[in-house]
Design a protein around this ligand. Structure first.
Ligand SMILES: Nc1ncnc2c1ncn2[C@@H]1O[C@H](COP(=O)(O)OP(=O)(O)OP(=O)(O)O)[C@@H](O)[C@H]1O
Length: 334
């Protein structure tokens, strides 16, 4: 019998096992997962009298792609901000004169409590979110954006910054890593261009590549498909799936339901701040709570019914991709 302790299973089969483990998870809000990397309890955020987020319990399975969906204003971005340390939960209500509430917000990432941890430390623990290119980042080169994403940059450490050889070695290492990622995301040729000059899809690739500079265990993508033309859609999806196949956990917010159906292993649905449903993509979209949440918000939402992905749509997409490819080829020739 082979000794399995000698050679660890390849990442792809670990990812497959993680996906398979979802098969017997109950499709109910707050369902327990077999190996959750993130466990969130009692996270509430109020703005004035309005409750933007009120999540009792949520577990995110390690090594799979989880989509966080919900109508506009459901609280998805606020929830991302809270768990990545960019915002703080509102304190739990306390009965006057009574004991402090046992409903205090708490969340654990990879076994560590992250309750009151700031954003930089959360990133160091391995939970990293992508950011849209702000104006300031747009005026920097693609490579400088990548260097900003590096963990333990030379300038951060006073000791390292005065010991030049150490500094240089580390800098070379970081630059090499940035170059490798830029090649992987087909942005290497653009490394000296201003980030603001990239196409919408290339910006999304850069946001993802930048987040990977810190070797995260979990990457959180905020609307990765927004503003991406069909030519890059397939490539973006492929990158997200290969991150998962390499063992990374992916959590993403997305409005495009076809994409959600296409790449996610598990879907969590928020409405009015709460988790109202979760389950595999094929079944969750038929959940009455989900239909109600979307219909209540806006009547024309396309929930990504597979029948809508008709041959006609697929052909149009293929034609658009071919046209974009042709344009890119022509640009390259010039
Ligand atoms: N800083 C803030 N001050 C006041 N209200 C806010 C603030 N941030 C968010 N909100 C409100 O909280 C609610 C949840 O917003 P959030 O942006 O988290 O929703 P979302 O699900 O990400 O929406 P979308 O899909 O449209 O991006 C909304 O009603 C929003 O107006």
């Amino acid at each position: 019998m082979p000794d399995e302790t000698l050679s660890p299973a390849p990442a792809a089969s670990v990812a497959e096992a993680a996906r398979a483990s979802l098969a017997d998870v109950d499709g109910v809000p707050g369902a327990a997962k077999h190996d959750p990397i993130l466990v969130v309890d009692n996270v509430v955020r109020r703005f004035g009298g309005m409750t933007a987020v009120d999540v009792d319990h949520l577990e995110v399975q390690r090594g799979v792609i989880t989509a966080l969906i919900g109508p506009n204003g459901a609280g998805k971005t606020t929830f991302f901000n809270l768990i990545t340390g960019f915002d703080k939960p509102s304190s739990a209500p306390r009965l006057i004169g009574g004991p402090s509430s046992d409903k205090a917000a708490k969340w654990r990432f990879d076994g560590r409590s992250l309750g009151s941890t700031g954003a930089a430390k959360v990133a160091k623990q391995g939970m990293v979110r992508t950011f849209q290119l702000t104006k300031a980042l747009s005026r920097m080169t693609v490579m400088d954006n990548m260097l900003l994403g590096a963990r333990d940059q030379p300038g951060e450490n006073i000791f390292a910054s005065v010991v030049k050889p150490l500094w240089s070695g580390r800098e070379r290492e970081i630059t090499a890593k940035a170059e490798e990622l830029l090649r992987r995301f087909k942005l290497y040729e653009k490394k000296d261009d201003l980030a603001g000059s990239l196409s919408g899809g290339q910006k999304k690739l850069l946001e993802m590549a930048r987040a990977l500079m810190s070797d995260p265990k979990m990457i959180m993508l905020d609307e990765p498909m927004a503003g991406v033309n069909p030519a890059l859609t397939q490539s973006l999806l492929g990158h997200i799936q290969s991150l998962r196949d390499e063992g990374m956990t992916v959590l993403f917010v997305e409005h495009d339901m076809h994409m959600v159906r296409h790449i996610s292993d598990w879907v969590v649905v928020m409405a009015e701040g709460r988790v109202v449903a979760e389950g595999p993509p094929g079944t969750v979209m038929q959940d009455q709570a989900v239909i109600d949440a979307y219909l209540g918000a806006h009547h024309n939402t396309d929930l990504g019914d597979d029948s809508l992905l008709s041959d006609e749509v697929a052909e149009t997409l293929a034609a658009e991709i071919a046209e974009e490819d042709k344009k890119l080829e022509e640009e390259e020739k010039r």
